[in-house]
Design a protein around this ligand. Structure first.
Ligand code: TLP
Length: 345
């Protein structure tokens, strides 16, 4: 059978034999009762890594974000967020449906808001205005192509937030990609936010799971919201074991994903008809435009799929390719051969 090179997302990884072994050997208990030793271990591990007092294990990145937003807002509040952020683009309208807030969406180059932009968007106290109570950032920024928030910019936004008494949440689904790209420690990023979420099931290779870290009091509140959202899990230690394995073994492997993404971007840049801004390829996401190719984007995607290379459609004329744990150097050169041959015909 022809090997499929699946670049649709870094969520496509399958648990490795070592991870499966850890899953098989996990000690479990009922986590709704706080009695799953492996979940407790994972939460303690995550809290320590991000230097926050506590952490909560949840089934998905979406739930992590939604619980964090809910814990820091009241219905009728406004949150400041970049237009293409996952929280408002890809979470099925959950912030409005579940938290009753309205988003104030700001566009920004590479998905990176500036402190001035944020400052100007904060509503002055007035009976007509929704109170601005939360600023959400995304690092790395998925839809902008895995771009990294400069720590300096985050710190400037933090200063604005603190002076205006507003909370901050980080959608760090790919926080460890940012960590690998910059060398900035995860706890340094986390120190700028009240709540930080990160995913185990993106580049880190676990089948399920995200964490959200914060203060003891807020995590207690978020634990209740998790239950309300149906995210209380029972013998979840088998999932937490995969998460622990991911954190212990797979973070440094993200460096390879970043090298592979660069390689792919360099190869794509050489193909006539493909437009790509190589500077935006800072981590494991490659977004490129195919409007200069004779074939329609739909046909091209289908032909590539038939040749064993899967990518996702991002906009009407752009594709997204994401490198991950299950993609090797060889896969990248094989994918490049398929792409060049397909486009040449
Ligand atoms: N992103 C997925 C899709 O939903 C688009 C992907 O393939 O990239 N925050 C960010 C920044 C994300 O990229 C994602 C998933 C999430 C949150 C949500 O995580 P899950 O899928 O676990 O709910």
């Amino acid at each position: 059978m022809k090997r499929v090179i699946d670049l649709r997302s870094d969520t496509m990884t399958k648990p490795s034999p070592g991870m499966r072994q850890a899953i098989a050997e996990a000690e479990v208990g009922d986590d709704v009762w706080g009695e799953d030793p492996t979940v407790n271990k994972l939460e303690a591990y995550a809290a320590e890594m991000l230097a926050k007092p506590a952490a909560l294990f949840v089934p998905s990145g979406t739930m992590a974000n939604q619980i964090a937003v809910r814990s820091q807002t009241n219905p009728g509040d406004e949150i400041i967020i970049e237009t293409d952020a996952h929280i408002v683009r890809f979470e099925s309208g959950a912030v409005s449906a579940l938290s009753g807030i309205q988003p104030c969406m700001l566009s920004a180059p590479k998905g990176i808001l500036s402190a001035t932009q944020v400052d100007e968007a904060i509503r002055p106290p007035d009976i007509h205005n929704p109170p601005t109570t939360l600023i959400c950032l995304e690092n790395t920024h998925n839809r902008a192509g895995g771009t990294v928030y400069p720590l300096e910019t985050i710190s400037e936004i933090r200063d604005v937030a603190t002076s205006r008494n507003i909370g901050m949440h980080l959608d760090g689904a790919r926080l460890f990609n940012a960590v690998c790209a910059t060398g900035v420690a995860p706890d340094v990023y986390a120190s700028r936010f009240e709540t930080v979420s990160f995913c185990l099931s993106k580049g880190l290779g676990a089948p399920v799971g995200s964490l959200v870290v914060s203060s003891e009091a807020r995590v207690a509140r978020m634990r209740r919201i998790r239950k309300m959202y149906g995210g209380g899990m029972r013998q979840a230690g088998i999932l937490a074991a995969a998460g622990l394995y991911a954190l212990e073994h797979n973070i440094l492997k993200l460096h390879d994903d970043h090298k592979h993404a660069k390689l792919l971007a360099q190869g794509l840049a050489k193909i006539p008809g493909i437009a790509i801004d190589e500077d935006t390829v800072e981590t494991n996401i490659v977004i490129f435009d195919v409007s200069g190719i004779r074939q329609s984007p739909d046909d091209l995607l289908e032909t590539l799929k038939n040749e064993g290379v899967l990518m996702s459609r991002f906009t009407p004329t752009t594709f997204r390719a994401v490198t991950h744990l299950d993609i090797s150097h060889q896969d990248i050169s094989d994918a490049m051969d398929v792409i060049s041959n397909t486009i040449a015909h």
